[in-house]
Design a protein. Structure first.
Lengths: 348, 348
DNA sequence: GAATCCATCCAAAGCGGTTTGGGTAATGTG
DNA sequence: CACATTACCCAAACCGCTTTGGATGGATTC
């Protein structure tokens, strides 16, 4: 078993009090004594027991993440691992533990309550906010600091969040396409029960309106973001009497499917048809090089994790510092998948 | 703040002892009293404080996962999220917490030691075993139960693990191809510092030998598994004077890249060139339907997470139950990406 | 030299549970 | 009816740490 404070103290002929203070940097301990204690602690590989310590201090030194999984649609969000990795970096640097609860989604609310009631965490990170997300009320009532990754449009109660500027990002991407002369632009969106998808659609519609293009419901789809989804939708849309000349994709994975469909149809990417995708900069889906494969609205979800965690820790350490928010802008990276609309000349 | 045992007890005019026993199902408490206590606990939304409880019981009721991230090659394993989701389901059903430590990989060993010394966990799950993995020695010496997801070939010390049968899986896949008449079969492997990649290669080589085919180093590659990697390697190999007629891929993502390369070259998948990929059955990379896109060696990594967690919990609750191991077989799912080698007739 | 002040250390009381080792009254036994 | 059980409940110790509120003795002050 591991060595305890008491053992360490008695082996040094000191009281637990003094050893504790020596290790925790309190002033009222002799420099020589402190050194002696530190050396002994080092040698014995002593670490204070987390449970005992946080029971005494009243701080859990842990952040909770609740991951709901539905048994029906088994999607585990692919951006989850990168976000968590980013957040985890920040936590462990600050000496916080990350605790993950994977629960059936009907138990999600209970999981939050449970973690708080058990005093297991000092704060919570909230994933995948929906349009009107009841978790804000819940967590605010529980009185625990929390940060939402994303936003929830139809909730008034102020709260902390970190998000990317989805609306502007997609407005800009759409405008990039209209500037190239495209007028038939399709939106292959994620599920529009999720807040980010709504914002992206809004940006898309804004830009269409600005360009004086009427929106066409036939060119807008939403679903869970998989490769076959992108493939299927694009294969279908290209059969339309007046098919799109450009696609806006909600994720790299979907973009892969779009590319496959176009390639099967013999459409040159960036020549006959243009594609812009959002790119979360996942390590295993790289889109870089001299000329990236896809023109993309790029934003590292790993970095988002880091920053959201930093926000949350600030909130935990100073809850009165009020709602903290951060809006990250995306980069519009121009790659090989966009070009002038067919029939446009370079000068037009 | 949350309600404590003591408060609950005094509100009922009972001692903390009795309340504790009532809630924990001890026999020496009157049925009526127990009911009264349970109701009150329910009403007050009482949950025992985890830290206090586990300090008293000596059990952390938590399992640790250490995720090393290198700042150089930033790969966060895509299978990580599904495995963790699976494991997490098992943990939370059993009342265990999952704690995640994300650390720079040079600090990995320290993270394990630290978690144990702090008494933060009852057991650990080990990810991404390498060929000769020092973590086995480390954790065995620390005296904490652990399960490795995967195996580590060159370590003698017995230990618990859960793995898929990579070798047989790839032997079978390769044999499937040789049976179809393929003799130029390429292996697009993951990094061969990782144990699973070595085993897959072994299976591949076994099957080649069994079919009397000499191995050709020009047809074997290893790297981190990304889409561009698959694309690049296949584009290269198809330039060979004697190009492969079949490819074995280490992951769905790589297979996407392979498919793209072939499609650009105008090769029909399953007609001109065959592809078999390993498929971890990630929810966002579906490969199903009536006829799956790819012929694949399929095994749900989410299910692996569930089972590995179950193994670990058994080990935690009965450490002497000795090393526990489980080898999962994969399914060879026949899809549209395989067919007779060019020049073979159906009856041959 | 007495009084005061630091510097340094310690005993003991929590934190919120579980668990050991009794108590007490009601019940069963002869 | 005396005695041993049994059923039920409680006081107190303990888990390993932090923290409050002193103690102690040497140095400083007057």
């Amino acid at each position: 078993m591991s060595v305890t404070l008491k053992q360490l103290a008695s082996s040094l002929g000191l009281s637990p009090t003094t050893v504790s203070r020596a290790l925790n940097g309190f002033p009222e301990v002799n420099a020589a004594t402190r050194k002696r204690v530190q050396d002994a602690a080092e040698r014995a590989n002593y670490r204070p027991n987390t449970r005992a310590r946080s029971l005494a201090t009243g701080r859990a030194m842990a952040i909770g993440h609740v991951i709901p999984v539905s048994t029906s649609h088994e999607i585990v969000n692919p951006i989850f691992s990168d976000f968590v990795a980013g957040a985890g970096e920040t936590y462990s640097r600050a000496g916080y533990e990350m605790i993950l609860r994977v629960v059936p989604d009907e138990d999600e609310a209970r999981a939050y309550q449970d973690l708080v009631a058990r005093g297991a965490v000092d704060g919570m990170m909230v994933h995948g906010p929906r349009l009107k997300d009841t978790r804000v009320e819940l967590l605010a009532d529980l009185g625990i600091p929390f940060v939402i990754h994303g936003r929830t449009s139809e909730v008034n109660r102020p709260h902390s969040w970190l998000d990317i500027n989805n609306q502007r990002s997609f407005r800009r991407a759409t405008q990039f396409l209209t500037d190239l002369g495209h007028r038939r632009i399709a939106l292959i969106n994620g599920l529009e029960t999720l807040d980010f998808a709504i914002r992206r659609r809004r940006g898309y519609l804004d830009a269409l309106a600005a360009a004086g293009i009427a929106m066409d419901p036939a060119l807008m789809r939403q679903a869970e973001m998989t490769e076959p989804y992108g493939y299927r939708v694009v294969s279908d849309m290209m059969q339309l009497p007046d098919p799109p000349t450009a696609f806006l994709s909600s994720s790299m994975i979907v973009a892969y499917g779009i590319r496959r469909a176009l390639s099967e149809l013999g459409c040159g990417l960036g020549r006959d048809v243009s594609v812009i995708t959002h790119d979360d900069d996942l390590s295993y889906l790289p889109n870089d090089g001299d000329i990236p494969m896809f023109t993309a609205t790029k934003s590292s979800v790993r970095e988002a994790g880091r920053r959201a965690a930093a926000l949350l820790l600030r909130l935990v350490e100073a809850p009165q510092s009020g709602p903290l928010t951060e809006l990250m802008e995306t980069d519009l990276v121009v790659g090989a998948s966009t070009g002038l609309a067919p029939g446009q000349s370079a000068g037009s």
